[in-house]
Design a protein around this ligand. Structure first.
Ligand SMILES: Nc1nc2c(ncn2[C@@H]2O[C@H](COP(=O)(O)OP(=O)(O)OP(=O)(O)O)[C@@H](O)[C@H]2O)c(=O)[nH]1
Ligand SMILES: [Mg+2]
Ligand SMILES: [Zn+2]
Length: 298
């Protein structure tokens, strides 16, 4: 039978099986078997770094065992894979940051954008949460690049706007710890009651309250709450100094004017269309500088 991995927890992949697709199963036992804890068949190779090759969101073929657990025999082809947080078959990502507490750092935002662009997701949306703590129109300069939604789980501002874009598909909430990802999910669906944690006054960061990625049913799709993180090793997930430029999407239209075309890193080369565009104010300087910072790291 086939199903979708909902979460990885206590060494088991929990696979949601759509019983309506399984005519061989006695309908009277449906309730007890629709979420099956599964192990991975040994032959499926584990990823060295993450220790796994199956991710939440994956569709898998399983063999049920007599004790109520199952074995994952095969992973079905994915339409997308977000590397960090690792979730498969993602339709949209909500890059979630806070207007304050913790403060928003553009370089970190741009690292998250690179990860999302790498996964070639259909929709990349930025959510600035906690706008009750800051008066400014946060990230207005990014509005020409990505859809920005500003929210507060305290005042309720923007929650409907956020809900409106969550129709079908798999929506991942990704961002640093303490920005309010779980709080937002609770505001979207009051039945959820996900655990939320305070931001530490000492280190001004969240406390990593959410521990696992979990697909949560919402309308016709899923919302995915994920553990916050801020250290991203882009090299580890396959970002290189040669492909980084493609994940800054506004560079493309100007790179046609680069003397070295696709070989131009937009750093030191003469006659660079991207650098000219920065000088003319057509590319946001902050984006370009963050690009150079990441390029140096790579
Ligand atoms: N002022 C304010 N505080 C908020 C808002 N949303 C969430 N918080 C608070 O921010 C803190 C962190 O919220 P969480 O929802 O646990 O954050 P998270 O992003 O899920 O954090 P991790 O699970 O650690 O990744 C909690 O104390 C929340 O009450 C908001 O809109 N405004
Ligand atoms: Mg959380
Ligand atoms: Zn160039």
């Amino acid at each position: 039978m086939t199903g979708q991995v909902i979460k990885f927890y206590n060494s088991f992949f929990f696979v949601q099986v759509d019983i309506t697709d399984q005519p061989t199963i006695d309908p009277s036992i449906q309730r007890s078997i629709d979420l099956i804890p599964c192990k991975l068949r040994g032959i499926i190779k584990r990823d060295k770094k993450s220790g796994s090759s199956v991710y939440p969101g994956d569709f898998v073929e399983i063999s049920p065992l007599a004790d109520g657990t199952g074995v994952i025999k095969n992973i079905l082809p994915r339409k997308s894979l977000l590397n960090r947080p690792a979730v498969a078959n993602v339709d949209r990502v909500i890059l979630t940051f806070a207007a304050a507490n913790p403060n928003l750092h553009p370089l970190l935002l741009n690292r998250f954008i690179v990860l999302a662009e790498q996964a070639q997701l259909a929709e990349i949306i930025i959510c600035v949460n906690k706008i009750d703590l800051a008066a400014e129109n946060f990230l207005s300069e990014y509005e020409s690049l990505y859809k920005i939604i500003r929210t507060s789980t305290v005042t309720g501002e923007g929650i409907d706007a956020l809900k409106n874009i969550l129709s079908s598909g798999v929506t991942v909430f990704a961002g640093p710890s303490g920005v309010g990802k779980s709080s937002l999910l609770n505001a979207i669906d009051a039945n959820l009651k996900l655990k939320v944690g305070k931001v530490s006054e000492k280190i001004l960061r969240g406390k990593h309250t959410t521990r696992i990625c979990e697909l949560i049913k919402f309308r016709d799709g899923f919302l995915v709450d994920t553990p916050g993180f801020s250290a991203v090793d882009l090299k580890e997930v396959g970002i290189t100094k040669n492909n980084l430029r493609y994940y800054f999407k506004e560079f493309a239209q100007f790179s046609a004017a680069c003397k070295f075309l696709n070989d131009c890193s937009h750093d030191h080369e003469p006659n660079c269309g991207v650098r000219s565009a920065v000088a003319e104010g057509k590319i946001l300087r902050e984006r370009y500088e963050n690009y150079l910072t990441i390029l140096k790291e790579l």
